[in-house]
Design a protein around this ligand. Structure first.
Ligand code: GLN
Length: 538
């Protein structure tokens, strides 16, 4: 079977959730036995989002093969359970870099290098890269940004050409917004009409419209939109706000999005998608009554998307433990010895977030000391684990000036230090320890118990590491290094046995947690938090 290409564009406003719609469609197609992948094209000039501040685009996601990626790739993996790679996220920066490299090598044989055809050809080559592996029946390509943006134009031109070349093997879904004017009590279709016109102006006729809305859009109105936009009425689908993003596949299926896609790409529509495992998850989500309260200590707590994968991993773990997740953000910069009790005493478990640099670091130490001394289930991730080590060194080992050389390059007790192979690195982009690495867990450790395994593989994104010179000292005082990379002996997991649950991971287990395959260490952390909650109630 030829690979089918589905392009997803957006109009009217940004943040409509193209990633969720793409993921939901992929989820449905996968449940119909199709092999599906999703890729995202981002129109910015950064080579990848690795150098972006979380205030720009939220969390930086990391793929198994060590690519720093847009957070939508996290949704793709959570909804499809299929790992993504470097090829699933391409930016304008990468496209131009590749074109310029080719020009320098002389590949263009003396031609003038131009946006059309050279940049658009490079975009097209990247669109087809995943399809050409033969591993996928459907490649869904999400075009970042909004129709009408100057920077999206080369992508739309590439989509126009591909639609023409691929015929029935390609289709375009356009996502728009139908605003509700509360003063007039009316839904307005005009922005959608204008947005589709803008697409048509660049030569793209959408096959399917998905309308984001906060109110039910009446059939007549959908018919009107179909008529004005040259789209068949059954292919105008509404996507109202739902209480959980994980319900969007159901809303889409109820309006036959998967069937329409199969039909329009020339495939037979047979039977129903097998959504049983997904429905099982939703059922547990809907029936969870008791809550589990987790405090997330970090410096980006005012930003919804900065800790996206952690939020989702916690939510999945809570759901599989039949609990509602009550996630409380605790601003690390505002946390001090005077208020820590008030801020954290209501928590059943505490997460110390990943991060970079000084800001908020002291609040993390205060939180960790309090949690350690009060035996609260505590989970440190990446910088959070490094803070666990530093706090333990200061307070238990008596090394008052222990630090990470990231925070204090001249610290006499560099319990966290730059990795050896990082010392010569000067460029910032894509140079951290990135992607999945093996980790061997000590038999009998809580971490090994949580995973039910002694060999795991998790994703990394860091430059600093636990300094093995101090290992014996830590272990003698009760903080054990229970996870280690078998090749480099880098410490990947620390824990304090005897505590309810006090574990730090140098890696980011949140990246590999999906709806159908929640991460075991998150599941175990939530289990410990629930047990602690019950202990408190006794
Ligand atoms: N800043 C730390 C390092 O580079 C931790 C990074 C992180 O939390 N992702 O090692």
């Amino acid at each position: 079977m030829d690979t089918k290409y589905i392009f997803v564009t957006g109009g009217v406003v940004s943040s409509l959730g193209k990633g969720i719609i793409s993921s939901s469609l992929a989820c449905l197609l996968k449940a119909r036995g199709m092999r599906v992948t999703i890729q995202k094209f981002d129109p910015y000039i950064n080579i990848d989002p690795g150098t972006l501040n979380p205030y720009e685009h939220g969390e930086c996601y990391v793929t198994v093969d060590g690519h720093e990626a847009d957070l939508d790739l996290g949704h793709y993996e959570r909804f499809t359970n299929v790992p993504t790679t470097r090829a699933n996220n391409v930016t304008t920066g990468r496209i131009y870099q590749s074109v310029i490299d080719k020009e320098r090598r002389g590949d263009y044989l003396g031609k003038t290098v131009q946006i059309i055809p050279h940049v658009t050809d490079e975009i097209k080559r990247n669109v087809k890269l995943l399809g050409n592996t033969g591993n996928f029946d459907y490649v869904i390509t999400e075009i970042g940004g909004t129709v009408g943006d100057i920077e999206s134009l080369p992508y739309l031109e590439a989509v126009r050409q591909l639609r023409w070349e691929l015929g029935q093997n390609a289709l375009c879904i356009h996502l728009t917004y139908v605003p509700y004017i509360s003063a007039a009590k009316e839904l307005k279709t005009k922005p959608t009409q204008h947005s589709v016109k803008q697409l048509q102006e660049v030569g793209i006729q959408p096959d399917i419209l998905v309308l984001r809305t906060e109110h039910e859009i009446p059939v007549d109105m959908r018919k009107k939109i179909a008529q004005f936009c040259n789209v068949s009425p059954d292919a105008v689908i509404q996507s109202p706000d739902v209480p959980s993003i994980y319900k969007v596949p159901l809303t889409m299926h109820a309006q036959h999005l998967d069937e329409i896609v199969l039909r329009k790409t020339g495939l037979p529509v047979e039977g129903e998608p097998d959504m049983a495992p997904w429905l099982h998850f939703l059922d547990r989500m809907d029936h969870a009554e008791e809550t589990v309260t987790i405090g997330l200590v970090g410096k980006y707590v005012e930003l919804q998307d900065a800790y996206k994968s952690i939020n989702e991993a916690l939510f999945q773990a809570a759901t599989y433990n039949d609990r509602k997740l009550n996630l409380v953000y605790v601003h690390s910069e505002k946390l001090n010895e005077g208020n820590v009790e008030e801020k954290l005493s209501g928590m059943d478990g505490v997460i110390i977030a990943p991060g970079f640099g000084h800001r908020g670091i002291d609040g993390k130490f205060v939180a960790l000391k309090w949690c350690r001394e009060h035996d609260i289930p505590t989970f440190g991730i990446c910088l959070g684990m490094q803070c666990m080590v530093i706090e333990f060194a200061r307070d238990v080992l008596g090394l008052a000036d222990a630090n990470s050389t990231e925070m204090e390059p001249n610290t006499p007790h560099n319990v966290i230090d730059l990795m050896e192979d990082q010392k010569s690195v000067t460029a910032k982009g894509g140079t951290m320890r990135l992607g999945a690495y093996d980790c061997v867990l000590a038999p009998g450790s809580r971490a090994a118990e949580a995973y039910g395994a002694t060999e795991v593989k998790e994703r990394h994104r860091h430059r600093f590491e636990f300094n093995n010179d101090y290992r014996e000292q830590f272990e003698a005082a009760g903080m054990k290094c229970v996870g280690e990379n078998p090749d480099t002996h880098l410490v990947e997991v620390v824990e304090i046995p005897g505590h309810r649950w006090f574990i730090g991971t140098q890696y980011h287990p949140e990246y590999s947690s999906t709806v159908l395959s929640p991460n075991p260490i998150f599941l175990d952390f939530i289990k410990a938090a629930i047990a602690y909650k019950h202990d408190k109630q006794k």
